[in-house]
Structures are given as C-alpha cells and as structure tokens.
Design a protein around this ligand. Structure first.
Ligand code: ARG
Length: 569
C-alpha cells in the first residue's frame, strides 16, 4: 500500500535542503481534525534558516508541491497541510482488500524472529481468580499482535509450581488433608489447607520448622514429598485448563518455576565464578546500589532457592533456546521492583541479553463490591465470572428469541462467544496500567463501546453481504466511494496496520480495542446514512466490497484481542 507519510517525507526532503529526512519525519504531525488535512508540517523552524516569515515559506512550498497523491497542499497558520487524494486512497484500500482478503493490513516486519511472551503464570494449588484475567488476556493479545506482524511467538505460562509454600502445603496436607476431598474439589480444598497452615505458622515456630523440613525434602527429591507435589500440580493444572479452554487461550510452554529448580546450582556456580556476589548475613547477594535498587538475594542463608534466582535461570534458558527479538513478561505492577532487580542482576552478572527483557506491567482489577484478596481467603474464581457472563448472555438471547420469534442456531456456543468476548473486551478497553472496576452492566451491554456491540456490527455486515449476494469477483470502481461516511471508513481502514504496529511497540492492546470500536461506529454511520443495496450494480458491488473489508478488519481486530467474530447474532 502507498505510504502517504513517506511520500510527504520524500517530497519535503527534495524541497528543503536544510533539513534531513529524519528531522522532517520527526516534525510531521497528524492534525487534530481532517479539516486541517491528513498530515501537517510545521514550518516555524524554517523561518530562521530562510529569514522569512513562516506563512510566506509555507505558501511558497505549497505552491511548489505537485503530487498526484495529494489533492491539496495548503498553507494554514504556518503549517503545510496535506490532503490525501481520496480516490487514490480508496483504490489502494480496495486493491489491498482484494489481494489480501481476510489478511488485510497484515505485514511481516517480524520476519519470523522469535518473541517470547510470558503471561498468566498461575500458581499451583491456589485459586485461578478474577485478578488473573489481566495477565492472561493482555498477554494473549500481545502474543496475537506480534504474530500478526510476522513474528514467531512462544507463549509461556511460567507456572508458580515451586517454592517454600509447597513445604507448607505438604505439611498441612500431612496434618489435616484428605485425599478424596481434594480429588473432588482440588483448588478450594488445597487453598483451605494453605490458608490454615499460614495462620498456624505465624503462631507456632515448631510448625514453621516442619514446613521448612518438608521443602528441604522436596528439594532433595524425597519420594513422598515429590509424589505429593506432583499430585497437587496435576489436579491444579486440570482445573486451570478448564478455564483456559473456555477462554480459548493456550500456551506453547508450561515450564514453570519447578522446571528451573535443578538448574539453580549451575547458575549459582556461574555467578560465583564471575565473582559478582558478596556475602551478607550468611546469604549470597549481588549489590545493586548503583542502580538504586535493593540487593538481589541469590542464595538464602538456609541454602534454599528463591524466586529471583529461578527467574535468572528462566531468562537465560529463554535466551539460549529462542534468541528472542524481545522477551516479554506480562506481570502485575506490584512486581515492577522484582523485574528491575532481575534486569540489573543480569547486567551486573554480564549476561548481555539483559536488554531483551521487557516487563509489561498492569494495574489491578476490583469488583464493584470491594477489592480482591487471596490472602484473606475471600476469592472470586475467574471460572465463576466467565460462567456468569455466559449465563447472562444466554438470558438475553432467550429473550431475543421470544420477541423476534426466530430460533438462534448454536445458541450455547454463541452465548460463550459473546459472554467471554465481552469480558475480554472490557479487560482490554483501557491502558493496561490503569486500575479498573469490573462492571457487569457495562460489560454485557449490546450498545456503546462494548464487545457485543462490535460483534453485532460484524454479524450485521455478514447478513448484509448475503442479502446483497456479494461476490468478490464482481466489477467494482473505487472512485465511486466519495461520500463522507465512506471516506471515514476508508481512512480508518488505512490506519489499521499502523495501529497494530503502535500496539506492538507500546505493548498496549487497547489501541486495537479503541480502533475496532471506531471502525464499527463509522460503519454504523455509513449503514444508517447510505443506501448500500442500490440499483446501480457497480456502485452496489463497490459498497459491498467496502463492507466486506470492514467485516474482515473487524474480525482481525477482534482476533488480535482474542475475541471471536460471529456471523450471526
Ligand atoms: N506466579 C507469579 C505470581 O502469581 C507470577 C510470575 C511472574 N513471572 C516471573 N517470571 N516471575 O505472582
């Protein structure tokens, strides 16, 4: 597709000797409204060079520029405003649509390079609660965004399946646990044990010692300890996978913390050889004072391993296995310090891959009736939230069937598509760092800026295409698309690829959420204002081709958010 921005840069570069390409590129702006053009170039800074009034410079330049890509180049308030030639733009869009069909806007700057995306990273024997939706859904979207740009992604679920808490859990199970109860209702039962032992440990140092002993046994591969740990892991994963299936989110690797436990002696040995650690109260640490960070504890005084050290092993493993272009960690903002320490530690230890690591933090989600806390034992399970959303949508669909008198096909599947889609959409609607309150009303509304609204527009276009007997091979003429509503859609479509690139660069899926809402709204405006199925065959087919392109881009956009686009709703 023609890159109009680049065209302007080329033109200005040849017209203005005093500025180089990079400078021009940096100066080129997108005006606040299309009335001021599609692009604007400020000329203030040229006044000094030319010793001329900026307005005069702008109008002289405007006069000189003659390019078929722009219908007008105008001088306004010392800005040079460029107006794209709309029929060239429309032709470009429809041509791309015909060439790439459902892959409209897809490019391959990734050239197959690897990108590791770690997300979800749930903890064994602990609830998969509503708070986990953030990392799970944001991470999955980031993975999809990089895939779209031609990267090869590796989706990693770094399971929290190791650490001293497993000593506590084994100890609790030995004291109070019942195998049958756990088999029946794994996570709540295991979590109950975990909450109970935490209380006891606080009051009874002897039990604390017992827990430590059990963890040591686990580290030393004691048969009973390992058997129990494996069992906890297995029953928990089975539960988690049920939720991942409903979410339609899947991973390439479940190498969690335990996977790295036997790689730790090697790491510690390497760090000792590199002579970057010092002793501190019986522990071995790396001093990070020069980074303004607390020291990284590599080996604890009791010889047991810790979270940070396992992350060093995991980072090294990901680097050596995948040589990623970037290695992304989608983890809550509460762990920002941890990731700063991780990067600084890697740098201190002269692991030169430290800068491929990117922590992508996010804020917290809470429910209307209060915050979420696992430690207090008050938990909202993600599975329950998803099921409730599906149920509520089911009620809405039942109601619709009643009022319309028409039966919906695959109602159950549709309810899941809409319910889960609605939750993901709301989750991805704002910048990720913002805390937000989960709002049932808003999430499941079919109007306004919601998932169901966008899905509905997609379904509406599908039925329109059927009604109009749309065929890709019909004769069309892009020049016929001249109405404002059509041009607005064409402009949106033109932006799609850039929006995806920006989302990738900033790790912000919400760019795409906002984009599909805008496209859907633009479409609805067009749909309400314009007769699409007109007598004139060519005009009708051209308009349908535009609709078809919108449908494909909405479907791609939703797919980048991990949301399905139903044909009927
Ligand atoms: N399982 C951890 C938690 O729930 C998150 C893991 C973050 N990833 C990492 N590489 N440390 O807090």
């Amino acid at each position: 597709m023609i890159n109009f921005r680049e065209e302007i840069i080329k033109i200005l570069d040849s017209e203005i000797e005093e500025l180089d390409k990079e400078k021009i590129e940096g100066m080129l702006e997108t005006p606040p409204s299309y009335e001021l053009g599609d692009f604007a170039f400020p000329v203030f800074s040229l006044a000094k060079i030319y010793r001329k009034n900026p307005a005069i410079i702008a109008s002289e330049l405007a006069e000189k520029i003659d390019s078929k890509y722009f219908e007008r180049v105008e001088n306004k308030n010392a800005y040079l405003n460029f107006y794209i030639n709309k029929s060239i733009l429309a032709e470009e869009i429809l041509k791309e649509s015909m060439d790439k069909d459902t892959h409209f806007g897809k490019t391959c700057e990734g050239k197959g390079q690897n990108v590791c995306v770690e997300y979800s990273s749930t903890n064994i024997a602990k609830p998969f609660h509503i708070g986990h939706i953030r990392s799970t859904v944001i991470g999955d979207s980031i993975k999809r965004i990089y895939e779209f740009l031609g990267f090869n992604t590796i989706a990693i679920n770094y399971l929290g399946d190791y650490g001293t808490q497993f000593g506590m859990l084994i100890c609790a199970y030995k004291k109070w646990g019942n195998r049958e109860d756990i088999e029946k209702n794994p996570i709540p039962e295991l979590f109950k044990l975990y909450v109970k032992i935490n209380k006891v440990v606080d009051e009874d140092p002897a039990v604390k010692e017992e827990c430590r002993e059990w963890f040591k046994k686990l580290e030393e591969q004691d048969e009973e300890a390992v058997e129990l740990w494996k069992w906890f892991r297995e029953v928990s994963l089975k539960e988690f996978n049920r939720v991942y299936d409903v979410l339609d989110i899947h991973f390439d690797s479940y190498n969690g913390e335990s996977y790295y436990s036997d790689k730790l002696p090697g790491i510690i040995e390497e760090l000792r050889e590199k002579d970057v650690m010092e002793e501190s109260q019986g522990a071995e640490i790396i001093n990070l004072e020069k980074y303004d960070l607390p020291p990284a504890i590599i080996v604890k005084s009791d010889g047991t391993s810790i979270y940070l050290t396992r992350d060093i092993a995991a980072a090294k493993d990901r680097h050596e296995t995948f040589h990623p272009y970037v290695s992304i960690y989608v983890v809550g903002a509460q762990q920002s310090l941890h990731f700063k320490q991780l990067k600084a530690t890697l740098k201190e230890a002269k692991y030169d891959f430290y800068d491929e690591i990117v922590h992508v933090p996010f804020g917290m989600v809470s429910l209307e009736d209060g915050t979420l806390s696992t430690r207090k034992g008050k938990v909202v399970y993600l599975e329950d939230v998803l099921n409730k959303a599906i149920e509520k949508v089911m009620e809405i669909l039942d109601e619709r069937e009643k009022t319309s008198g028409q039966k919906l096909e695959n109602k159950e599947e549709l309810a899941q598509t809409i319910g889960v889609g609605a939750i993901k959409f709301q989750e991805l609607f704002n910048g990720r760092i913002k805390n937000y309150v989960f709002d049932w009303e808003k999430t499941l509304s079919f109007e306004g800026e919601t998932g169901p609204y966008v899905q509905y527009v997609h379904a509406r276009i599908s039925s329109l295409l059927k009604k109009g007997n749309f065929d890709k091979n019909n004769d069309i003429d892009a020049k016929l698309l001249t109405e404002d509503a059509e041009i607005d859609i064409i402009r949106s479509l033109y932006n799609f690829n850039q929006v995806v690139k920006d989302a990738a660069e900033k790790y912000e899926p919400y760019f795409i959420t906002r984009y599909v809402v805008e496209l859907a709204k633009n479409f609805n405006k067009f749909y309400n204002q314009t007769q699409i199925l007109v007598e004139d065959e060519k005009l009708k087919n051209t308009r349908l081709m535009l609709c078809y392109t919108v449908k494909n881009v909405i479907a791609s956009g939703l797919d980048l958010l991990g949301i399905k686009a139903p044909e009927k709703m």
